[in-house]
Design a protein around this ligand. Structure first.
Ligand SMILES: Nc1ncnc2c1ncn2[C@@H]1O[C@H](COP(=O)(O)OP(=O)(O)OP(=O)(O)O)[C@@H](O)[C@H]1O
Ligand SMILES: [Mg+2]
Length: 374
């Protein structure tokens, strides 16, 4: 009821009456209030566009509140123009009251935010942080490059050490056999046997050199059809020499021919790598079992099993990784099994390793079998 009375203009005089309708005075008020009101009304538009474009902006609600406040302020100025002619003082008062509420809310919201607003980073500060970050990124890239270089050098060092180690093993076989031949010269049969061993080891060394050169030049593989039994059978003696006299060799070749299309050098290198691993796993001797067999449809498998230390799960998981080794520097490069893996997969086959600590290791290379009539 009271509100209704507020809207009733009763016999009130318009504000222009107070100004005695002096045109200059009236129009001064009209123009000034209109300009202020329009300016105020334009500000929420600016804020709305800003908020729409920058949805990520913090304090968005404060900006919205400010827009309401400024709109109310603008409206009061248009009311001032209206009341010059129409004595709607009740409505004008109500709008002023609303403006008051909006202004109090805005002010009350702004004061506590002051520390946060002050702490907002300036574009200049942001740029400085950005520059620092970029500097750090460059620095990191350089460090990474240095690390890569040193890792490369490390790998080359390990590789060289590993090759020297392998050659030393072969040399030991040659020197040992030549020595035996020289001391047993009065027993021609023994001397010849020893010399034959020395010769075989020398040929192996030549093969190894060839492989290294092929690796260095990335020569294409020389894939030919071979009987797995013949390759394994001929290499078994060298494998036995590799594991040493303390270990027994058990050779179990399949009776049927097992034809495979492989690079013989690579296959031999893989078998030697497996023999070297078996030797390292059986420092106190044991049994090395080498077997060939037909497996699955159109597949053959060559297994190299030892009764050595075996591998724990972690080692087994990483064993074929290039450069993964548990052996001391100079003893292992960690390339043995990765070569075996590379050979098996390149030949279209696969590599399976079964091992448990204390239970020995079985490495199986499965290859595609070549049929006779192919
Ligand atoms: N027969 C095995 N018995 C026990 N552990 C083995 C056997 N074969 C491989 N391993 C483990 O797997 C690791 C990787 O073997 P891999 O042949 O790739 O490298 P390596 O023997 O350490 O060095 P490299 O062969 O290059 O001289 C070895 O260090 C060893 O821990
Ligand atoms: Mg090895």
């Amino acid at each position: 009821m009271r509100l209704f009375q507020l809207l009733n203009m009763r016999g009130l005089a318009p504000h222009g009456y107070c100004l005695l309708w002096d045109p200059l005075l009236v129009w001064l008020h009209v123009v000034a209030d209109a300009i202020i009101g329009l300016s105020y009304f334009s500000i929420p538009v600016v804020l709305a566009v800003f908020l729409a474009r920058r949805r990520d902006v913090e304090f968005g609600w404060l900006i919205a509140l400010f827009a309401v406040f400024i709109t109310a302020c603008g409206t009061t100025h248009f009311m001032s123009i209206l009341v010059l002619w129409v004595p709607a003082y009740g409505i004008e008062g109500l709008i002023k009251a609303l403006t008051a509420v909006a202004s109090v809310l805005t002010a009350a919201a702004m004061w506590p935010l002051l520390p946060k607003l002050i702490a907002l980073p300036s574009p200049r500060q942001l740029q400085q942080v950005n520059e620092a970050l970029q500097l750090e990124a460059t620095e990191r890239a350089r460090t990474e490059e240095q690390l890569r270089q040193s890792q490369k050098l490390d790998a080359i060092g390990q590789l060289t050490g590993g090759i020297a180690h392998d050659f030393n093993n072969i040399l030991a076989i040659i020197v040992g056999n030549v020595d035996r031949a020289m001391r047993g010269i009065d027993n021609p049969d023994r001397a010849l046997g020893a010399l034959a061993n020395a010769m075989e080891a020398s040929q192996r060394a030549a093969g190894l050199t060839e492989q290294l050169l092929a690796f260095a030049r990335k020569q294409p593989m020389e894939v030919q059809t071979h009987d797995l039994n013949i390759v394994v059978g001929e290499l078994a003696k060298l494998m036995a020499l590799t594991v040493g006299t303390q270990a027994e060799l058990d050779l179990r070749l399949a009776e049927e021919a097992l034809l495979v299309d492989v690079d013989r050098n690579q296959l031999e290198a893989a078998l030697i790598n497996l023999a070297v691993n078996a030797r390292d796993a059986m420092p106190d001797g044991g049994r090395l079992t080498i077997s060939t067999a037909a497996a699955g449809p159109g597949e053959v498998v060559v297994r190299v099993a030892d009764t050595g230390t075996g591998m724990d799960a972690k080692t087994l998981e990483r064993a074929t990784e290039p450069f993964y080794t548990t052996k001391p520097v100079g003893r292992g490069t960690g390339l043995g099994l990765s070569q075996v893996y590379g050979f098996a997969t390149q030949a279209g086959g696969r590599l399976d390793i079964a091992s448990e600590p204390g239970e020995g290791t079985v490495v199986a290379i499965t290859l595609r079998r070549r049929q006779h009539d192919q």
